[in-house]
Write a protein that binds this ligand. Structure first.
Ligand SMILES: Nc1nc2c(ncn2[C@@H]2O[C@H](COP(=O)(O)OP(=O)(O)OP(=O)(O)O)[C@@H](O)[C@H]2O)c(=O)[nH]1
Length: 465
């Protein structure tokens, strides 16, 4: 968590660096574009202006050319008349004539002037070698009668020279002026663009980078200083939204934490309830199979064991001994010594049974009241009889007083014993149980405190202990 603000800040700083370098290159490009546009504007304006001026010059030049006959026809005619009356004669042009023609030739754009005096004499000033070119202009005018009848003046002009002169005059000044104008215009445009476009663009990009790095799980950043109004409003809106989201997130996180704690508590309670339920189920299972007073197996457990071991004995053609044990005159014991003492005796007798028959396969159970059973897989009548006699001896040794007993002194027990074997196979568990019960019945009726064997023939044999 602690690295997140750092990485976000780094990202924002990197983005700002990239943006500022991009912005720098944009500035250069804008400046170049502005200079180019200024150059174009100023150049185009001046080109139009110079072209207009040149046209004016050419028009004026044409007008001057057309005005030459009016200006020079008279003076030239007069100079010829004067020359005719001079000593040199009409065939030689006078100095005045030369001067007048020189004036004409000296006019800008005029490359040559020729006077054909009509008497075979000619006077040429300037260069006529290029007179045949298409852009040449030629004006011929006659020096009218009577003074110079037949004299002709030919003026050859070249506007190109005039244009060349025009450009040579104008261009340096125009170029300097344009340069200054371009610089000034570029400066103004760059300043205006920077203020109106680049700065808002820069602020917008910074805003965009903040929007990119927007994370409602972080505290909102400080507002940007000196932003244009609209951008400041957008920036403040984003900051406000972020603040609101952040607060909501804090609340939600608080609520989520409480819910997590509550869920944890409920899960703990559920776990302990499940454990308690499992224990109770175990206990229930145990209780359903165990006699509560003595801790021995109960009748249900015994019935299952009897069925199981009987089938095994049948299957394996083995031995299975079953003894039913009943304390004698227990009713009178309860009456004399109390039920609690009776319970203690039942418990003590159960312990004797458990000690005596302690193999894993032995099953000792209390069927109810003062009646017990011992199911002994693998034992025949002989071995079991010996063990039961030892048990009766164990009981005698305990010397549990019972004045109402058979012998008027101690508690005794009667036992009925039956055993399944291949030689004496009973047909069912019930038949085996019934045989043991019958043997017990015989033992009781024979005077109690004894063991009675069930005979396979159905005639149990009581034995005096
Ligand atoms: N203390 C105690 N007495 C029980 C318990 N269950 C049964 N009894 C008593 O055991 C006595 C059994 O009496 P009976 O069935 O008449 O048999 P008995 O008096 O032993 O006579 P015989 O079996 O013929 O020798 C009854 O008085 C029952 O109340 C028990 O869990 N605890």
């Amino acid at each position: 968590m602690s690295q997140r603000p750092l990485s976000t800040a780094t990202t924002a700083a990197t983005a700002a660096t990239i943006h500022s370098s991009r912005l720098g290159s944009i500035r250069v490009r804008v400046a170049v574009a502005v200079v180019f546009v200024s150059l174009l504007l100023v150049g185009a304006t001046d080109a139009l202006h110079l072209r207009y001026q040149l046209q004016q010059r050419l028009q004026a030049f044409d007008a001057d050319l057309r005005a030459l006959p009016q200006l020079y026809a008279q003076p030239l005619a007069r100079s010829l008349v004067d020359a005719a009356s001079s000593d040199a004669g009409p065939s030689e042009p006078s100095d005045t004539t030369r001067q007048l023609l020189g004036k004409v030739q000296a006019r800008p754009g005029i490359i040559g002037v020729e006077l054909d005096m009509g008497n075979g004499s000619r006077l040429s000033l300037g260069d006529f070698s290029t007179a045949s070119r298409a852009d040449m202009r030629q004006i011929d005018f006659k020096l009218g009668p009577p003074a110079a009848d037949g004299a002709l003046v030919r003026v050859v002009a070249q506007p190109e020279a005039l244009q060349y002169m025009f450009w040579r005059e104008q261009l340096p000044a125009v170029l300097w002026r344009d340069l200054i104008l371009v610089l000034l215009l570029s400066l103004v445009l760059v300043i205006v663009l920077d203020r109106m476009l680049l700065r808002p663009l820069k602020a917008l990009r910074r805003l965009a980078s903040h929007a990119d790095a927007f994370d409602p799980t972080l505290p909102p950043p400080e507002p940007e200083p000196q932003q244009p109004n609209e951008l400041a409003r957008i920036s403040h809106s984003i900051t406000r939204a972020q603040q609101s989201l952040w607060l909501q997130l804090q609340e939600e996180q608080g609520r989520a934490e409480l819910l997590r704690l509550e869920v944890g508590r409920q899960q703990d309670a559920l776990r302990s309830a499940e454990q308690s339920l499992a224990q109770k189920n175990l206990e229930l299972g145990r209780l359903s199979r165990v006699d509560e007073l003595t801790g021995l197996a109960n009748r249900r457990e015994f019935d299952e064991g009897l069925r199981r071991e009987f089938k095994r004995a049948q299957r394996q053609r083995g031995h299975l001994a079953l003894a039913v044990l009943d304390l004698d005159h227990f009713k009178s014991f309860n009456e004399r010594y109390g039920v609690a003492a009776g319970d203690a005796v039942l418990t003590r007798f159960a312990q004797l049974l458990s000690v005596r028959f302690k193999r894993d396969t032995d099953l000792v159970a209390r069927l109810g009241g003062e009646e017990f059973v011992a199911l002994l897989p693998g034992f025949g009548l002989g071995v079991t009889q010996g063990l039961l006699e030892q048990l009766r001896e164990d009981l005698r040794e305990l010397q549990l007083p019972h004045e109402g007993s058979v012998n008027g002194q101690v508690l005794t027990v009667s036992i009925g014993l039956a055993a399944y074997s291949p030689a004496h196979p009973y047909l069912s568990p019930q038949a085996l149980m019934q045989a043991a019960d019958e043997a017990l019945y015989i033992a009781k009726h024979a005077g109690r405190d004894r063991l009675s064997l069930a005979a396979s023939s159905g005639h149990p044999e009581p034995r005096q202990g």
